[in-house]
Design a protein around this ligand. Structure first.
Ligand code: SF4
Ligand code: SF4
Length: 436
């Protein structure tokens, strides 16, 4: 999944699809993990820490020659594209140190074509950031995704250090440094058992206390098993409840659509707007097919997706085979097509399928009411969320088709008489709906 591309900066306008067809393997997104799964924290729900077992005895550090190979292949594969995005993630990428990232920027500069813009992005837990780090990040216009699950009590429930201690204060310090150095940042918030019932506390905290303008929510669906892979049909008690996920997103959406369209960017909402407009959304999980977002390990191993770093989904190693070839391989194309091919009949006849598309295959491990396997664990939540936002989406689509801006919906919703039907069409009086 891609969460930190600058192209996603919200304007209230839809995110338009890249003109290159998604089946073209030369256009893809790479999440590079220079420390593999190694992290200085021990977040209870992290799906990636267990990947350490895939490489016993490894140092888990990307070597400089591999950095060079990766960059050269990435720039080759992006051809004459005007923008190239370099995305670092983990584990915790800052464990590589400032010098590694200085070299990465320098190597990227060597392979960059004239006129090409390089977007540097990094996802971090923020606890190791220093002034020196932020100077580098600011100097090269990094967009930094920082992981925070809400105010301290909610954040510290699962985001703990290696001794089980709280991490909120360190993250807040890191975020303060990013702001001090004017580094562009976005918030990545997981929705889990600890914060699922507090959507407005969480959202308003990010918007009002942290002055965040880009907020991504990720539902925690953590399978209960000993492998750390996508096996089994039970989830841990840290996982978000399916219906609570829908209610969380509905509450945040209603707050956003009443006052924040055009000023706060929530990828789910822009992706939904794209779907209502009939164009490809910017989130792989809501697309009909996937397979264009691969994960690069610290040693050059390339996997089908960040969520499928498992032996079965290993495509090869970029030291031996060009990543373009690996992404174009029948194995990877089949992986991407399976998202659509494996959709149960229940989804195929679902009224909100055009927006949901069965969400991510990693979450498809429950049965439909008729017993067909392959339904998404979060189905109930998505169904209620997409159904709920239908009226507002139609208003925004209408505005955009008339050449207006989507944020005009704010005044439309506010202009109805309090006892009149809410313009969103949900059938409630305005005072009980979007003027509540
Ligand atoms: S499996 Fe597909 S939809 Fe899910 S995160 Fe990976 S690329 Fe996206
Ligand atoms: S809402 Fe449920 S039934 Fe509809 S497409 Fe999504 S997962 Fe399938």
């Amino acid at each position: 999944m891609t969460f930190t591309t600058k192209a996603q900066v919200t304007t209230g306008r839809p995110v338009l699809p890249d003109p290159r067809p998604l089946t073209a393997p030369e256009y893809f997104h790479v999440l590079a993990k220079p420390t593999g799964p190694i992290c200085n924290l021990d977040c209870r729900y992290c799906f990636f820490l267990s990947k350490e077992a895939l490489y016993p005895g490894d140092r888990f550090r990307m070597e400089d020659d591999l950095l060079d190979t990766y960059m050269s292949q990435l720039f080759e594969s992006q051809g004459s594209s005007p923008e190239v995005t370099i995305a670092w993630q983990g584990g915790e990428p800052t464990l590589m140190g400032v010098d590694f990232f200085s070299r990465a920027v320098e190597v990227a500069g060597r392979y960059r074509r004239p006129g090409q813009t390089v977007n540097h992005t990094m996802q971090t837990n923020g606890t190791l950031l220093t002034d020196q780090w932020c100077e580098l990040l600011a100097q090269h216009d990094f967009l930094v995704g920082i992981s925070i699950d809400g105010p301290a009590a909610m954040h510290d429930r699962y985001r703990v250090d290696k001794r089980g201690g709280p991490t909120f204060d360190k993250v807040a310090h890191g975020l303060g440094l990013l702001k001090k150095h004017a580094v562009e940042f976005n918030i990545l918030c997981t929705v889990n058992a600890a914060n699922q019932d507090h959507p407005l506390d969480v959202y308003r905290y990010f918007r009002d206390e942290l002055a965040a303008r880009h907020i991504q929510f990720i539902p925690i669906v953590e399978r209960e098993n000993d492998t750390g892979f996508q096996h089994g049909d039970r989830v841990t008690d840290r996982s978000v409840d399916a219906e609570a996920w829908g209610l969380f997103m509905i509450a945040v959406f209603d707050e956003w659509v009443r006052r924040d369209v055009g000023t706060v960017f929530v990828p789910y909402f822009d992706a939904a707007l794209a779907s209502w407009l009939g164009v490809q959304p910017s989130m792989c999980i809501l697309n009909e097919t996937c397979g264009n977002g691969v994960a690069l390990g610290h040693n050059g191993d390339l996997y089908s997706c960040d969520h499928f770093v498992e032996p079965e989904y290993l495509l090869g190693n970029v030291r031996e085979t060009h990543m373009l070839e690996l992404v174009a391989s029948p194995q990877q194309r089949a992986f991407g097509d399976d998202k659509s091919d494996g959709l149960p009949q229940y989804c195929r006849s679902c009224e909100v399928r055009f927006a949901c598309n069965g969400e991510c295959p990693k979450n498809r491990f429950v049965c439909t009411p008729s017993g067909e396997p392959g339904l998404n664990y979060l189905c109930a939540g998505y169904k209620s969320f997409f159904t709920h936002i239908n009226g507002s989406m139609r208003i925004m689509v209408d505005l955009l088709r008339r050449g207006s801006f989507a944020d005009e919906i704010i005044s439309i919703l506010a202009s109805a008489g309090r006892n009149d039907p809410c313009p969103c069409g949900n059938g409630l009086k305005a005072k009980r709906c979007h003027q509540r």
